[in-house]
Design a protein around this ligand. Sequence first.
Ligand code: UDP
Length: 479
Amino acid sequence: MGREIHMFFFPFFAHGHLIPTVDMAKLFASRGVKTTIVTTPVNASFFSSTIQRSKESGIHIGVEILKFPAAEAGLPEGFESADMFPTSPDENFGVMMKFFQAVLLFQEPFEKLLQECKPDCLVADLFFPWATDAANKLGIPRLVFHGTSYFSSCVTECLRLYEPHKKVQSDSEPFVVPNLPGDIELTRSQLPDSMKQDVENDLTKILRAAKEAELKSYGVLFNSFYELEGTYADYYRNVLGRKAWHVGPVSVCNRATTDKAERGKKSAIDEDECLKWLDSKQPNSVLYICFGSLACFTSAQLKEIAMGLEASGLQFIWVVRKQNKDDDWLPEGFEKRSEGKGLIIRGWAPQILILDHEAVGGFVTHCGWNSTLEGVCAGVPMVTWPTFAEQFYNEKLVTRVLKIGVEVGARKWARLVGDFVKREAIEKAVKELMNGDEADEMRKRSKALAEAAKKSIEKGGSSDSDLHSLIEEISLRSH
Ligand code: UDP
């Protein structure tokens, strides 16, 4: 290989994008690439200790800070991350629109920075569509990072191209995604609002521009691995004609306990206390329940989860994001009755530390792509409970293609709060996952995928090869 290349990483301001990008930057840096993450002050503070630990282990990652134009977009100072959005869906939408207004204002300062530093390659998030033109002007190849699976990218594209959802009579009538392998069935109620409605706002504008920018970009970078969704990686590249590389699962680069425990935020539970609790349990006996960094259920839904869990009799770790001091969602005496049996984490959980523990035997997930992949890497089968974004597509990959999950039965896309799921459905799904007729088979398949995930990033594995060839290609181009 020639001289050291310099790559810029520009993640969107949300934990589901920031966390894998930081891992990805570490991965490229560990292969001798000079890496710089471009972000804002508050977002930088989320991963400063990760960067420090990385530096101590000999892997240097640079950080360039751009001011977040909060005031210009009518947002309070310091409001720089999607996880600061209000949790009620109506209020949330208004703030989200202002946030995307701010995102559009990054174009000028970012172009200036790009001009000054002239990196050899730019990996920029899908939400920064203007980054492609900015990079093209300077002859810098821009890679798009969507932060999702090949599978869901293929579904999105097939829905956009063939519009099967416009040909059904109702929101609940199933249709098959046309031309996509696997006969994947969905309903209109499971699709994002931006797909169903002909509305125009800053978000839909960005999404449309993102589609156009993707076609003009150098390629797309995936946090995934071939053995997991090879059919769809091939479809994306050969049928949809995109140039793409997969370098995942990137979370596996976190091997030390602190690296696993502190990704994006400090945990709300002491990591040793958490591990001690898990150490006292039998292998595969604990269910882990977490819905990512954005979803926020109503009190009524949280209560329903508590009742369903209690009725199942299973041991659990349950992460509750809702900031509700009164705990009005907790059934009376719930925590007392579940002492020793269940643990509630209020706030941020050390997710991969928990998932990777042998006591954990099942994962109730919202099917965010990072969580899904982290579940796969840990070899745990999943109860799928998609709420919004592209999570309903990832659910189909888990349950219909990989056959390592049980659907809880969420049917309706609803931003933040998800569809309402009753306690009986929750109880049934978690019991089926942990002890049902199919449980052993699902667990075997999950373990096999976890093995394949490890191999894919080892020397000569599918992700390692893609990583290597991408670095080589960029390196050759920049001479
Ligand atoms: N995460 C975590 N602790 C939490 C909640 C989330 O570490 O309490 C991490 C999780 O491991 C994953 C990311 O945050 O890496 C969430 O990304 P995902 O794509 O699953 O969902 P999103 O938050 O974007 O909906």
